[in-house]
Design a protein around this ligand. Structure first.
Ligand code: ADP
Length: 450
């Protein structure tokens, strides 16, 4: 069994992992930059090591410093959380080469799924439907017109090594195609160090629906149902819910089993998420995330399964304790991502939290590393809290959400709580009638006219 876990992350997810570990009797080591010395996850961990200056590349992305911290503290496993090094195959391999357990998939699976082109090829082989598009990478010199005519306009040019919704170019007019490919390649090179891009059909009204899986190294896999993450801004999720208001029990079962079967065939180990776009009754795979997701709590709320604890057990080589028959879905859960940003301009708003009062009560969960007096550093992602609520059904869940949002006090900095308050009473959202473009249109319609 794993006795001590080094948490190679920061903020709310570092605290989330710490909590899972302590409930299992596992000790924790926090790592932190000089900007995070006073962070709550650092205070709560059994041990902590400062691994570098504020800049992520010198701290949370510094593999050698992290491995040295694991060595000096005698940790036996490393949990990467999400973001930072969580989907870096080289890091996973280094962790294992140094004799530590990597709490995640095998490095070669991280590598394949981290490359959207290879991932789509793998899914086709595993019998999972993908978004139609080019069969591999493209350059402006290729016969791309032919590909796009076959696929049908509009198309989207995406980076094979992409993430965080960055570097995508939508093309509606064939005349702009080559320029869009050139721009996408430049952005991909700058952001991901890999300029490979590919073409996909751009879906006009899809929902983003993803399936959570757990798979052990003994050939067992289960799914924990889906999450609907269609409310997005700049291709980034803002609000997530489970189950999806748009799919049936039968679709859930079919899609879930397709994903868990794929894990068994692929020999996948750990927690993972298959992301799909869903339009007109059809699902199209877009990518697989080989780590715990920001929005994993909504699944935990409706299934009662602690996904982080399961990750740790799987990494320790245990067999899954649950079979598909043991997974029961109960009620409806919604998560609101609370970012330290202005709720209309989305300008980042780091600074000191003067007062902090999270909501409470039945079936209300807040995952956050904030406290009164804490200074949100300007160097990292703006996500500072996640509010997750559960209801017997979606209507009750929405009522509880509105109540919890009313109670939530974060003073001293700007947050997007007012946006969530608007969304929670918006008729389209209340009716579950939204697609991945809905939030952008909504925000545009609210912009003051010049
Ligand atoms: P990333 O890894 O950067 O998050 P994804 O491939 O997961 O990129 O896509 C992120 C989001 O971008 C999706 O949830 C969706 O909103 C949008 N998107 C991606 N591919 C398409 C597509 N083919 N058509 C329409 N929207 C898309």
């Amino acid at each position: 069994m794993i006795k001590k876990v080094l948490i190679a992350n920061r903020g709310e997810i570092a605290l989330r992992i710490h909590r899972a570990c302590h409930e299992m009797g596992v000790k924790t080591v926090a790592i932190h930059s000089t900007a995070d010395t006073d962070a709550m996850y650092v205070r709560l961990a059994d041990e902590s090591v400062c691994i570098g200056p504020a800049s992520s590349k010198d701290s949370y992305l510094n593999m050698h410093a992290i491995l040295s911290a694991a060595t000096v503290t005698g940790a036996d496993a490393v949990h990467p959380g999400y973001g930072f090094l969580s989907e870096n195959a080289e890091f996973a391999a280094m962790v294992e080469e140094h004799g530590f357990i990597f709490i995640g998939p095998k490095p070669e699976h991280i590598r394949v799924m981290g490359d959207k082109i290879l991932a789509k090829e793998a899914m086709v082989r595993l019998g999972i439907p993908v978004v139609p598009g080019s069969s591999g990478g493209v350059t402006p010199q290729d016969d791309v017109d032919k590909i796009c005519e076959a696929v049908g306009y509009p198309v989207i040019v995406k980076a094979s090594g992409g993430g965080g919704g960055k570097g995508m170019q939508i093309v509606r007019d064939p005349e702009n195609l080559r320029q869009a490919i050139t721009i996408a390649k430049t952005e991909a090179k700058a952001n991901f160090g890999n300029d490979e891009v590919f073409i996909e059909k751009f879906l006009e009204t899809p929902r983003h629906i993803e399936v959570q899986v757990l798979s052990d190294e003994h050939g067992n896999a289960i799914h924990l149902g889906e999450r609907d993450c269609s409310l997005q801004r700049r291709h980034q999720k803002v609000w997530e819910e489970a189950p999806s208001p748009a799919i049936s029990e039968k679709q859930r079962k079919t899609l879930g089993e397709l994903c868990s079967d794929a894990c068994v065939k692929f020999g996948y180990r750990g927690a993972g998420t298959f992301e799909f776009l869903y339009e007109k009754g059809e699902f199209f795979f877009i990518e697989m995330n080989t780590r715990v997701q920001v929005e994993h709590p909504v699944t935990e709320m409706i299934t009662g399964v602690d996904i982080v604890q399961e990750q740790i057990r799987i990494a320790a080589g245990e067999k899954l304790r649950l079979t598909q028959k043991d997974v029961h879905f109960r009620g409806h859960a919604i998560e609101c991502r609370i970012n330290a940003e202005h709720h209309q301009t989305f300008a980042p708003s780091p600074g000191t939290v003067v007062a902090y009062h999270p909501p409470g009560g039945l079936r209300v969960r807040v995952d956050s590393a904030l406290y009164g007096g804490y200074r949100v550093p300007p160097h990292y992602d703006s996500l500072i809290a996640k509010l997750i609520v559960l209801g017997n059904d979606r209507a009750e869940c929405l009522r509880r959400l509105r109540r919890a949002l009313e109670e939530f006090v974060i003073d001293g900095i700007q947050t997007i709580i007012p946006l969530h308050q608007d969304l929670a009473k918006n008729l389209d959202v209340v009716n579950g009638e939204y697609d991945i473009h809905w939030l952008e249109h909504y925000l545009e319609s609210k912009e003051p006219a010049n």
